[in-house]
Design a protein around this ligand. Structure first.
Ligand code: MF3
Ligand code: CO
Length: 262
């Protein structure tokens, strides 16, 4: 399937899908407490998604058994929630959530600190988030995909971090995963030319140590090979002729003034 350009009506539905997901992220982020199991976090997240009449898109996706990916510390993404995995003070916890509203998908991730965390962990979370916004500076019609990918990767690598190259962002719309693939590092080819109405999920996954990752025996959980911490930050966006519209910003981020939508 080629890269699709969404109509104004489709973008409006994705806007609603994005707003709901942002609210779920904000509420679930606040609910995160030491002593909770990752399974409890997932159940709470699923409840929140359904309370808006939306469908959790991750649940049963290619056999994935939960609504929220909960990835702790050295887990990069796709952590499977478990009743015996208890969150503790000092952990960093990535929550990746997707939902469907009237047939349209939104997808977003945030990494949270549980209580007081180390200075290096805090820096990793903040810089992973910032790498996304470095990419956004180049996300506009007429530019190319590699402008986004390159800006993300260059920024993260400037701190000596390992950019995960085995996993990528993606187009999104009537499906969670549409074309194109969106890497988080610079390539030699400039890639797809960006056009207004393209909708993407851009999702840097950044390791404090080396970029290599491996899969656990559960066939989902991705961990850093060297055991270092990893952070994840993802939003669903719309390409325009100016700055992109970020559909999944939380109210807190909007208040913080981290990004001004067109
Ligand atoms: N944000 C992730 C992605 O884009 C979420 C998929 S998890 C899965 O691939 F469980 F649904 F596969
Ligand atoms: Co995604």
């Amino acid at each position: 399937m080629p890269v699709t350009i969404k109509t104004a009506n489709e973008i409006e539905l994705m806007r609603v899908a994005g707003k709901i997901l942002a609210k779920v992220h904000e509420d679930l982020g606040h609910a995160l407490k030491p002593g909770m199991s990752t399974k409890e976090i997932d159940s709470l997240g699923e409840e929140m998604i359904r309370s808006y009449g939306c469908i959790p898109s991750f649940l049963n996706y290619e056999g994935y058994p939960a609504s929220v990916c909960v990835s702790v510390n050295n887990e990069v993404v796709h952590g499977i929630p478990r009743a015996d995995h208890i969150i503790k003070e000092g952990d960093i916890v990535s929550l990746d959530i997707g939902l469907i509203y009237k047939g349209y998908h939104s997808d977003a991730a945030r990494t949270h600190a549980v209580g007081t965390i180390g200075e290096n962990a805090a820096k990793l979370i903040e810089r992973t988030r910032q790498s996304f916004f470095e990419g956004m500076k180049f996300a506009r019609s007429g530019n190319h995909l590699n402008d986004i990918s390159g800006a993300i990767g260059d920024y993260a690598e400037s701190f000596g971090y390992g950019v995960v190259y085995d996993l990528v962002g993606h187009g999104i719309g009537t499906h969670m995963h549409e074309e194109p693939e969106i890497p988080n590092f610079r390539k030699l080819r400039r890639g797809l030319k960006l056009r207004s109405g393209m909708t993407f999920a851009v999702e840097p996954m950044i390791n404090e140590g080396k970029p290599e990752v491996e899969w656990l025996d559960d066939e989902w959980t991705v961990v850093t090979e060297d055991g270092s911490l990893s952070a994840h930050y993802e939003n669903t966006i719309v390409i325009t002729k100016g700055r992109p519209e970020i559909l999944t910003l939380t109210e807190e981020e909007i208040q913080e003034g981290i990004w001004e939508n067109p």
